[in-house]
Design a protein around this ligand. Structure first.
Ligand SMILES: Nc1ncnc2c1ncn2[C@@H]1O[C@H](COP(=O)(O)OP(=O)(O)OP(=O)(O)O)[C@@H](O)[C@H]1O
Ligand SMILES: [Mg+2]
Length: 113
């Protein structure tokens, strides 16, 4: 699925339905990351990618703004880090080549055994 929002935000989501807990955490991670783009990044574009890779949901939210995101001090990104950890996953913030901000999250999917 590919969505364009206002011409400047793109979502590339190649996953079907997942367990409700995973979907709920993924929703908040994507929503807070995009809210941060609008609040802080001064970006021209934002992109969301979601895919299931190796038994985990991988999320990437990337913008081409000013950079400088950090997991500390406020509730937003700290909360996302806690959400990922609660699922035994992880969340990271990086500055990709060329600038901007990338938030990456890996949320392991539950196994049946
Ligand atoms: N996409 C981004 N581009 C540039 N800076 C960012 C971005 N995301 C976050 N930041 C910076 O990282 C800080 C921490 O983000 P965080 O979401 O934790 O806090 P917040 O958005 O300021 O507050 P809250 O989420 O609690 O409303 C922000 O204050 C901002 O300075
Ligand atoms: Mg925030």
């Amino acid at each position: 699925m590919l969505l364009w929002i206002n011409g400047n935000a793109r979502a590339d989501v190649a996953v079907g339905r997942l367990p409700p807990t995973i979907e709920g955490h993924a929703y908040f991670i994507i929503a807070e990351s995009l809210t941060n783009v609008f609040k802080h990044a001064n970006a021209n574009t934002a992109q969301v990618r979601a895919a299931v890779v190796g038994g985990a949901l991988r999320l990437e939210m990337r913008d081409d703004g000013i950079g400088g995101a950090r997991i500390e001090g406020s509730s937003g990104l700290v909360g996302l880090d806690d959400r990922a950890a609660s699922l035994r996953g992880r969340l990271s913030v990086s500055r990709p080549p060329g600038g901007g901000t990338q938030i990456s999250a890996t949320l392991p999917l539950p196994t049946d055994n």
